[in-house]
Design a protein around this ligand. Structure first.
Ligand code: ME8
Length: 512
């Protein structure tokens, strides 16, 4: 049983057949926001990402690149490591399936499945898609292709099978016991219907190529890449050592974040493998939607792949992070368009949030000798704004529980709007001439509200939020969530502030 305050969040491990794109960046970013939020909220967090390096698809890509698979995977895996950095994400570990620790874990897990009597030798005869690394029944094909549109080939080879058919009822009982096992609820319903309809045994080894982990005791077979890949979530905790501090603290995983394309592997096969091996299944698998580019499916053949490195260089890191999580209700499909990206960056960030911070801090600099003013007594309007700021943490926490990033950001930006309207209504530039006492109360209230906002935007926009908190001279420990709310900290009058610097530049149309 994982420690109660522990939170283990994982991204999928990405195939190294190709360079990272916006989809990979999106999932890793979503995990990062959860990880940062939980850390600031006082949880013990472990965030894992990495690369999936075995299997026919990667072997084929290496061959096409004229390289040995190991050298090829070393190179492409590095690009994913760079993406993790460029997106400003903060994993605690990066796993590669070609690492020794992983091979050891997969071999041990295989043995457990065998000991449980869930593995038998047979022959696979059916369709296989190398692009999806998935087996398909004849009845699943659509116009001779996989339901995903990927090409399929006929495969007939000796194969070990996992007795998935025997796990139907135990899987259904697991979903029943854990209402959060699969989110969002629409995806849960899909999986439950799929399992209810009955499960086929699953081929878990291949004999027609070599790039994989050999089956223990039968090296003519390599372990099916999905059984190999899913095990990464255990390998990174030191499996098969299930007694270690790391393992006992963090297993079962709190959240496997995945795209909707790979939900079945995570929500059906993976819990069955785990339960068969005597391990607890994950607490939650969340399947998010897919991005299109200006209305079109993203694909290499269409030449419209969005490069995350390019995106960050063009629009800025915080802007990209904000856009990806704000524009689309998390869980649904979304469309990337340059116009929408610019609108979010300029409207929400530069005009609303950035302008609030800039005008308030400039007035403090000019009218309060660059120090946090002494509020004296507060008026009803001040208390009202502060109450809205204080109510944010519970609202954002509730949204994050549902992995609803868009709702968390909506709640935060509602208070940004409220604060801007408050500043407009209080007109501190008029008070500066007429009522210096009231001016101080208004500016203090606005600064205190901005402190709440910037503390809560840290998981989403770490750099800009840090710069705002720097400008309010908030110390490192005071940037954590216990400092928020009516019982938290308060900005201390007299604290000297550095000169204000704008945080969110307006982007030019030419950035598109
Ligand atoms: O499936 N929109 O790796 P993969 C949103 N190695 N997300 C997208 C996307 C898009 N257009 N395209 C890709 C694999 N993704 C396996 C995983 S895990 C044990 C093994 C994201 O490189 C999304 O998270 O094909 C999707 O699930 C993942 O990339 C697939 O990455």
């Amino acid at each position: 049983m994982a420690a109660r305050d522990a939170f283990y969040v994982t991204s999928p491990i990405y195939y190294v057949n190709d360079s990272p794109h916006i989809g990979h960046a999106y999932t890793t970013l979503a995990c990062d926001v959860v990880a940062r939020f939980m850390r600031l909220d006082g949880r013990r967090v472990r965030f894992l990402t990495g690369t999936d390096e075995h299997g026919q698809k990667v072997e084929k890509a290496a061959r096409e690149a004229g390289m040995e698979p190991k050298a090829f995977t070393d190179e492409v895996s590095q690009r994913f490591r760079r993406m993790v950095e460029v997106m400003g994400t903060s994993p605690d570990d990066f796993i590669r399936t070609t690492e020794e620790r992983h091979i050891r874990a997969v071999t041990a897990l295989w043995r457990k499945l065998v000991e449980a009597g869930d593995v038998y030798l047979g022959t696979y005869a059916g369709w296989y898609s190398v692009r999806d690394e998935a087996f398909y029944a004849e009845s699943e094909l659509v116009d001779g292709k996989a339901p995903t549109g990927a090409p399929v080939e006929w495969v007939e080879e000796p194969s070990y099978f996992f007795r998935l058919s025997a796990w139907r009822d135990r899987l259904l009982a697991y979903y029943e016991r854990n209402p959060r096992a699969i989110l969002p609820p629409s995806r849960r319903n899909e999986v439950v219907s799929f399992v209810k309809a009955g499960l086929q045994d699953l081929s878990v080894s291949r004999t027609s190529f070599r790039w994989g982990i050999p089956v223990p005791g039968d090296p003519d077979h390599v372990i099916y890449v999905w059984l190999d890949a899913l095990t990464n979530y255990l390998s990174a905790l030191g499996y098969p050592d299930t007694e270690s501090e790391l393992f006992t603290t963090f297993w079962p995983a709190s959240l496997h974040m995945v795209g909707k394309d790979i939900l079945r592997f995570h929500a059906v096969y993976w819990p069955a493998f785990l339960m068969s091996a005597g391990l607890e299944p994950p607490q939650c698998v969340f399947a998010h939607g897919w991005w299109t580019n200006e209305g079109q499916k993203i694909s290499k053949s269409l030449g419209n792949v969005i490069d995350p490195f390019d995106l960050v260089a063009r629009y800025g890191l915080d802007q990209v992070r904000y856009f990806l999580l704000r524009e689309v209700p998390f869980g649904q499909d979304g469309d990337f368009s340059r116009a929408a990206m610019l609108k979010r960056a300029n409207h929400d960030l530069a005009n609303d949030y950035g302008n609030l911070v800039q005008r308030v801090l400039t007035m403090v600099q000019r009218n309060c000798a660059g120090r946090i003013p002494d509020p004296g007594g507060l008026a009803a309007e001040d208390d009202e704004l502060l109450a809205a700021a204080h109510a944010l943490l519970p609202a954002v926490r509730a949204a994050m529980e549902e992995v609803a990033f868009h709702r968390a950001l909506e709640a935060i930006f509602e208070v940004v709007g409220k604060a801007n309207r408050y500043v407009d209504a209080q007109a501190p530039w008029v008070l500066a001439k007429r009522d210096p006492v009231r001016l101080k109360a208004v500016l203090w209230t606005a600064c205190e509200t901005i402190r709440h906002l910037a503390t809560l935007t840290q998981p989403f926009m770490p750099d800009a939020s840090a710069r705002i908190l720097d400008q309010l001279a908030v110390s490192e420990p005071a940037r954590r969530f216990p400092s928020l709310g009516p019982d938290g900290a308060r900005l201390v009058p007299g604290t000297p502030l550095p000169p204000p610097v704008p945080v969110f530049p307006r982007l030019q149309e030419s950035a598109a």
